[in-house]
Design a protein around this ligand. Sequence first.
Ligand code: ADE
Length: 235
Amino acid sequence: MLVDIVTIFPGFFASPLATGLLGKAGERGLVEVRLHDLRDWATDRHRSVDDAPFGGGAGMVMVPGPWFDALDELEAQGPARVVLLAPDGRRFDHKVAQRLAAEPRLILCCGRYEGIDERVRTRVDEVLSIGDFVLAGGETAALVVLEAVARLVPGVMGNADSVTDESFAAGLLEYPQYTRPAVYRGLEVPAVLRSGDHGAVARWRRDQALDRTRRLRPDLLEQAEEDADGPQAPG
Ligand code: ADE
């Protein structure tokens, strides 16, 4: 997968892209990330990318020109799904991550300041938000999307089971995990996990995942039921 990121802070991504899973995915050529400084498409001496809002008000708005020119140039290199990160976007979740992981190329656009000129939205395929809060800009959100998507790209995770087993893949939270020692400060690992009975372990994990989801995220179970029922006829 190829990911182009357009930002006024390309340096923001240096450490995360060189570290851990994203670092490995890059080294192995599974997820190639190209960083682009939006200011490279600015046309004035100061390389400015923002201006005061029409109609007045506080803050600055990103001007359309550099965004249109950047997308003209990047899209001319080949097809890509263009994603704008903004707090008023559709909520990003595991399902969206799975869908994006199947794309050969993404262009992630990071907004800043009070917002981007509305006309830029005519150039994007979708707008994504990572939650109901406002970040200083889209960079952190782009990183969240990138990491969640990259680990679903085939070959990135060493063990394919860890992607299919985990939270949200099945619409449930994950079951509790334990490792050695079997007793730590008087806290014991559940006996079933040490029983060697694989069927019992699988049942226990399923029950725990269900119980945990019921207690902590009942909304996920409601969603899973809705998905299973399929679309309802009107009336
Ligand atoms: N930019 C600012 N806040 C954001 C959010 N919550 N999600 C995505 N992009 C953003």
